[in-house]
Structures are given as C-alpha cells and as structure tokens.
Design a protein around this ligand. Structure first.
Ligand code: ZN
Ligand code: ZN
Length: 354
C-alpha cells in the first residue's frame, strides 16, 4: 500500500460535505485491520447527519458504515484472516470485553462506536478504512457470494432482523410494515422468506417502494397511505381482527398512531425508528387490547444467521440495489439517494476511479 492520501467523503457540519484528500489510515492497535473498500452504500442515517439532525456527531468526519472490503494490512492479533481476504463488516466496532458488551449491548460499547457516526471512528465512504477490534466486526464473504450479496447484511438486514424478532413474527402470522424504505423492505424480506408470515402488508407514501416489494414477492398487500386509510384497509384484509405485529420504520406521529390502531389483541408494535422528538401513543386503546411496544437499537445479533440465509438463497436484496457509481460521484449519489429521486432505493458506491 504505497499511497499516502485517499479520497473520502468528509462531513464538515450541517449541509457541508465534500470529497476530500485524507491520510490513508494506519494500523494503530494489534486488533486492527486496514481494508480497501470494495463496495459501500450511504445509509439514511448518513443523510440525517448531513442535514444536521444527529447533533452528537462531531465534525470533520468521514461518513459511511455499510460496506465490504479487501484486507490490505492486519494487526498482529488478527487471526483467521489474511491479506487479500474479502469481508463484509458490521456498522460499528465493539471490544467484546467492557460491561456493555458483556451484557449484550455491544452497540453501547465503551471503546467502540459506529463508523462515521458517534465516538468518531472514520467511515467507509472512502478508499480505505481502519477496522478496530476486527475479529468481532469483520465477516468473511462466503465462497460463491460477492459483495452485492452481503453488502446490506450488517446494517439494513441486521436492523430489520432486530425489528422482526422483537415483533415475534411466527409462521402463519399477519404483519404490517409501516415505512418500506431500505430497512422496511428488508423487514418484508425476512417476514416473508425467513419467518414465513402468511400475510405481509407494506404501507408507505411512495408508490415505487410499494411496487418494489410487491414485484419482489415479499409483500402480499400494499397500501399507499396517501391514498387510503391504512388502519381501515388492514382491518379489511385481516377480517377485522388486525395484524399480529407491526414493524414501524418511519418514526412519525401518523405512522406510530396507525401502527398501534392496526394491531389485533395481544399485538406487538415493534419500532426500529429513532425519534427526533416525543410522540403520542393511543394509550386509551393499548391496555384494553394487551398491546406491547418494543423499541431499541440492534446489537447485530442476527448477522451471522443472515449471511448463512443469503448463502442458502433465502435472502436476496439485489432488487433494492437500484443505482451505482464510483466514489468520484458521491455528492451526486447523496443528492439522488437522500432526495428519494429517480426511484432510488440503495445507491452502491464502487471504488474511486483515477
Ligand atoms: Zn445505517
Ligand atoms: Zn465493549
């Protein structure tokens, strides 16, 4: 690795970001690995950072936490991997030794953090990235698979896994997904293809997203909530009973209220949204129907299983990968992806072209 500088998408404060020349990262600890990023994709939370909605992110920082790479250098403590191996990574790094990690809350690790987000680990919308605690964070790309197959395993699918398992989706259940952006689409995939829900109902305002899940065969019904009342429609579909569970991904008042009102007796409202302000819940209704509310941040607990299921062909996210450009075009990519333009679902970023 002869280069001293690399291209990286750097956040300089709300609405200020550019493709800059940055130092190529170096090994700092024996557990570190340096990856050449082979494929990455911006996440909706990167857009929230760029818009200044996530105040704890300090700048300047390189963004990006959804990526695959090729190992170019390993620290002395990293066993089981070698230079040239292709890996996919979890969205953050964690030590596996602190109190938080030992209690199963690795996302709150005292020594780790999410790349390009909190605790200031530089991110993956760059040519190279340093992976601390690499043994916990990196996953080999299984033989026969390529980057595109596993790119979404750690963040989009990992978050959806958390939402679906919190929702306790079982074979034969009926479930609704409110908000079918990338994570909601992954929730539809898991509900239909892995947890074998009988009825998956997708609710969104964007018709192209609804069409995408319907065409991919991961939703049985689609409801455009700009045109129809989703609560009324869900009652119709379920013979007035309501659904067993809702996975909510939009995090706004209208979806939270409609989600609660769509549940049948004993139903679970599993939200994977991060809320920017307090919202109201229909608590006049929830105890009388034994409804439960579950919230939280994923701890990447499903990712190994997810990669196995991708290998078995049960999970396929290719239909979501609508756009693709080299890192050279990242500013344009963020405009298209962040603005939900041109039918964009996920925008893949390939290495910088010199
Ligand atoms: Zn993310
Ligand atoms: Zn830890």
């Amino acid at each position: 690795m002869g280069e001293k500088t690399m291209k990286a998408l750097v956040y300089h404060g709300p609405h200020q970001f550019s493709l800059d020349d940055m130092p190529v990262p170096q090994i700092q600890e024996p557990g570190d690995v340096i990856l050449r990023v082979t494929l990455a994709t911006p996440c909706t939370s990167d857009i929230h950072i760029l818009e200044g909605h996530i105040p704890f992110v300090k700048w300047p920082i390189t963004l990006g936490h959804e990526f695959c790479g090729e190992i170019v250098e390993l620290g002395s403590a990293v066993e089981g991997f070698k230079v040239g191996d292709r890996v996919t990574c979890l969205p953050g790094a964690f030590c596996n030794e602190c109190e938080m990690c030992k209690s199963g809350y690795s996302s709150f690790c005292t020594h780790g953090g999410c790349y390009g987000n909190f605790l200031h680990l530089p991110g993956a919308l760059a040519e190279y990235i340093r992976i601390p605690f690499a043994l916990q964070t990196m996953k080999h790309i299984p033989e026969g698979l390529v980057e595109e197959d596993v790119l979404l395993a750690g963040d989009m699918l990992g978050t959806a896994w958390f939402g679906i398992t919190n929702a306790e989706v079982k074979k034969g259940d009926s479930i609704a997904v409110f908000g079918v952006g990338p994570v909601g689409m992954c929730a539809c995939i898991l509900a239909k293809k892995v947890f074998e829900a009988k009825t998956v109902i997708a609710v969104d305002l964007a018709q192209y997203r609804l069409d995408a899940v319907m065409n991919a065969g991961v939703a049985d019904y689609i409801i455009n909530s700009g045109e129809e009342d989703p609560v009324k429609k869900i009652r119709e579909i379920t013979g007035r009973k309501g659904v067993n569970a809702v996975v909510e991904t939009a995090g706004v008042q209208s979806t939270m209220t409609a989600a609660a009102r769509s549940l049948g007796i004993g139903g679970i409202l599993s939200t994977i949204s991060l809320f920017s302000k307090p919202l109201e819940l229909p608590l006049d209704l929830m105890p009388n129907r034994n409804l439960q509310l579950k919230t939280g941040i994923q701890q990447c607990e499903g990712v190994d299983t997810i990669i196995e299921l991708i290998k078995e062909g049960k999970i396929d996210t290719r239909f979501m990968q609508t756009h693709r450009s080299p890192l050279n075009d990242i500013i344009h990519a963020l405009d298209i992806f962040g603005g939900n333009k041109d039918g964009c679902i996920k925008y893949l970023i390939t290495p910088y072209e010199r």
